[in-house]
Design a protein around this ligand. Structure first.
Ligand code: S3P
Length: 163
């Protein structure tokens, strides 16, 4: 099976959907954020605070580069699309599934979240980041599923029937 890359904004449900999707497809589950934290033995907020976003992006590309070439469902960080080389790699080696989620839904889901350094900005900056990113997600996805008001089971079913 070709790898399946789940992309989408922070809080779109990539990890929850990814875990369940991998169980349904009976394949491995990989989360690029978890690889980064394990490899560097630091949390993502620690990496952002001590080394900055540029280092994090380097680690993220390395994590993506080193995953197995097939039979995996891969949940990516929301900023994986910030590097065009990451997009190229995902397009060339797998099927990209975009979990599309309304900004208001994200804002509600992440209102108490403190684990995402780029979610600590003010609302205008967050909306700008969201608006810029959706074009990137849309431009590389082979499959798009809307997650608003959907159960994880439904999303998994929808993706499984399209890949
Ligand atoms: C980021 C998203 C996060 C994590 C890091 C940066 C981003 O992952 O990779 O905080 O730039 O959008 P999630 O999308 O899983 O929250």
């Amino acid at each position: 099976m070709k790898n399946i890359f789940l992309i989408g904004f922070m809080g779109s449900g990539k990890s929850s959907v990814g875990k369940q999707l991998s169980e349904g497809l009976n394949c491995d589950y990989i989360d690029t954020d978890t690889i980064i934290e394990t490899t560097h033995n630091k949390t993502i907020p620690e990496i952002f605070a001590r080394e900055g976003e540029a280092s994090f992006r380097k680690y993220e590309s390395n994590a993506l580069h080193n995953i197995p070439t097939e039979n995996c469902v891969v949940s990516t960080g929301g900023g994986i699309v910030e590097r065009s080389s990451n997009i190229d790699q995902m397009v060339e080696t797998g099927i990209i599934v975009y979990l599309e989620t309304d900004f208001r839904t994200i804002d509600k889901r992440l209102q108490f979240d403190t684990s995402r350094p780029l979610w600590r900005k003010n609302k205008d900056e967050k909306k700008q980041l969201y608006d810029r990113r959706i074009h990137l997600y849309q431009s590389c996805a082979a499959i798009t599923v809307s997650t608003d008001n959907k159960l994880i089971d439904d999303l998994v079913f929808q993706i499984t029937s399209q890949v």
